[in-house]
Design a protein around this ligand. Structure first.
Ligand SMILES: Nc1ncnc2c1ncn2[C@@H]1O[C@H](COP(=O)(O)OP(=O)(O)OP(=O)(O)O)[C@@H](O)[C@H]1O
Length: 235
């Protein structure tokens, strides 16, 4: 194991006072059919942390993120958001706070601006308001001009769709962002801009954190504050 991984994993295993933990999980396990993917997965996520979940293709990284997001029922173990168990949260509220971003965002219609504004009409986001100026500011950090807001959302490239989905999530200000290969279609320079934007977003507060899956080893090394390895179960 490279030295940097060892260091990062040591950071993750240090004792952390409970009040400083945003998201935590204990004893998570998951099977698909008769196949056990992983078990005994524990994690603790503090404010401003960027946890990479690493492991080979098919090991179950996406399924772990989906479990953390409350998108799949937990088979084993428990998840807490700010000390409250996942099952005790109204699920829409939990998902508004723990937001999962896919590698391929769902197709959208209308302009990018419409797509970004859409979730603000949902009941769960009542009290938040869409600020086009803030959207333009975030897009500028990602190297996109204000005219990007007027582009047809249905015809964005794979990378552009990822940028739009990222901005949409940031505008909604979740507590925990779960990024499932959510920058995989970006060129290296734009991926760097996205990482810088995410660092700024975490630093700006309130207390927030993110978990990400990336097959880009270099991105893991430079962007993660610590790493959660997932390894396949032996039969
Ligand atoms: N809904 C499902 N029904 C059946 N099997 C599933 C389902 N979702 C995932 N799997 C299987 O579970 C395993 C883990 O899938 P998952 O997508 O979590 O892996 P991953 O580690 O994220 O892989 P990759 O790095 O290739 O994206 C795979 O073998 C996959 O085929």
């Amino acid at each position: 194991m490279p030295e940097t991984d060892a260091v990062k994993q040591t950071v993750q295993s240090q004792a952390v006072p409970d009040q400083d933990i945003l998201l935590s999980a204990r004893g998570l396990g998951r099977s698909v059919g008769s196949r056990r993917l992983w078990q005994g997965v524990d994690l603790k996520l503090q404010a401003a942390e960027r946890l990479a979940v690493s492991g080979p293709s098919g090991v179950g990284k996406s399924l772990l993120l989906r479990a953390l997001a409350g998108l799949d029922a937990l088979e084993d173990g428990e998840v807490w958001l700010r000390g409250k168990p996942q099952f005790a949260w109204p699920m829409p509220q939990f998902r508004a706070e723990v937001m999962y971003l896919l590698q391929r965002p769902a197709p959208a219609s209308g302009t990018v601006g419409t797509y970004l504004a859409e979730p603000f009409s949902f009941k769960i986001h009542a009290g938040k308001s869409y600020e086009p100026g803030e959207a333009a500011r975030l897009l500028k950090h990602l190297g996109r001009p204000p005219a990007f807001l007027d582009q047809d959302a249905a015809h964005l490239s794979g990378g552009e769709a990822q940028l739009a989905a990222l901005v949409r999530a940031l505008l909604l200000s979740p507590t925990v962002l779960l990024l499932d290969e959510a920058t995989s279609a970006l060129d290296a320079e734009t991926a760097g801009l996205a990482e810088a934007l995410l660092r700024d977003w975490l630093d700006a507060g309130p207390a927030r954190a993110l978990v990400f899956v990336s097959h880009d080893r270099a991105q893991q090394e430079r962007f993660a504050t610590h790493i959660q390895p997932l390894s396949g179960m032996t039969e």
